[in-house]
Ligand binder design. Structure first.
Ligand code: NAD
Length: 261
């Protein structure tokens, strides 16, 4: 637990399930106030609100599409109106779908880029404006992926969005370090969440994925939430512009396991 996080105000996009929900619950245990954004799953978001409160934090669920400026503004307004401040912004909302690139529709390409990359830009921009206006020490965490580094055939739009997130994170970390605003990314590997529940339910796919993880287990949303809590806390106060991989070693060229190559 990080004492300095107590009473800090966070916005988490895509917080109704998966990694976002786990971060919200962890922030609840840190006694923070959390705006939990959801796009369509109101009941899921409400359940997370209940769990954050039960853990000792404050929480509120707000519907917004992160790919729109109006949606992002609604999240800032909710934080300020209900919790009187903003300290930590987590750009977590994300989506993916699979298609061979020569068959990928412009609509699917644009939606994935809009949510994963433009949503991250809009969230970061709104948070930075708030931090600058209020001369605050601000903290932004962008949910990237191991696929900011590892190419992913048939998910080229997703990989492009996360590769973009990496350099966007590094660029603004450099741009606003002088203003005491830290910006970092987290790069999850294979984490057990609804986004890939179907995939991991199939034994063959599960084994294929485990073969790519030196730690030989899937990650849990709580593993990612622990990284988010550390990056949000002042324990990491000299860290900016990194991607913290939470991947059981997936980015370590696992094909070389056992001395192969
Ligand atoms: P998930 O599908 O469980 O959750 C994604 C959340 O984003 C959902 O709550 C969804 O409603 C929300 N969302 C989608 N579009 C939105 C929009 N337009 N506006 C607001 N919210 C929206 O997935 P997850 O696994 O928890 O993924 C969270 C983040 O972690 C994503 O950015 C994803 O790319 C990243 N990630 C996940 C994994 C993994 O293995 N699960 C690995 C690497 C990166």
């Amino acid at each position: 637990m990080y004492q300095d996080l107590e009473h800090k105000v966070a916005v988490i996009t895509g917080g109704s399930k998966g990694i976002g929900a786990a971060i919200a619950k962890r922030f609840g245990r840190e006694k923070m106030a959390v705006v939990i954004n959801y796009n369509s799953d109101a009941a899921g978001a409400q359940e997370v609100v209940t769990q954050v409160k039960a853990a000792g934090g404050q929480a509120l669920a707000i519907q917004a599409d992160v790919a729109t400026e109006a949606g992002i503004q609604a999240l800032v307004t909710a934080a300020v109106t209900h919790f009187s401040d903003l300290d930590v912004w987590i750009n977590n909302a994300g989506m993916e779908n699979q298609a061979p690139t020569h068959e990928l529709t412009l609509k699917d390409w644009q939606r994935v880029l809009d949510v994963n990359l433009t949503g991250t830009f809009l969230g970061a921009k709104a948070a930075i404006n708030y931090f600058l206006e209020h001369k605050k020490t601000g903290n932004i965490i962008n949910m990237s992926s191991v696929h900011e580094q590892i190419p992913w055939p048939t998910f080229a739009h997703y990989a492009a969005s996360k590769g973009g997130t990496k350099l966007f994170t590094e660029s603004i970390a450099m741009e606003y370090a002088k203003d005491h605003i830290r910006v970092n990314a987290i790069g999850p590997g294979a984490i057990e969440t609804p986004i890939n529940a179907q995939k991991f339910a199939e034994e063959k796919q599960l084994q294929e994925t485990l073969a790519m993880i030196p730690a030989k287990r899937l990650g849990q949303p709580e593993d990612v939430a622990a990284a988010a809590a550390w990056l949000a806390s002042k324990e990491s106060s000299y860290v900016t512009g990194i991607t913290l991989f939470v991947d059981g070693g997936m980015t370590l060229y696992p094909a070389f396991q056992g001395g192969k190559g």
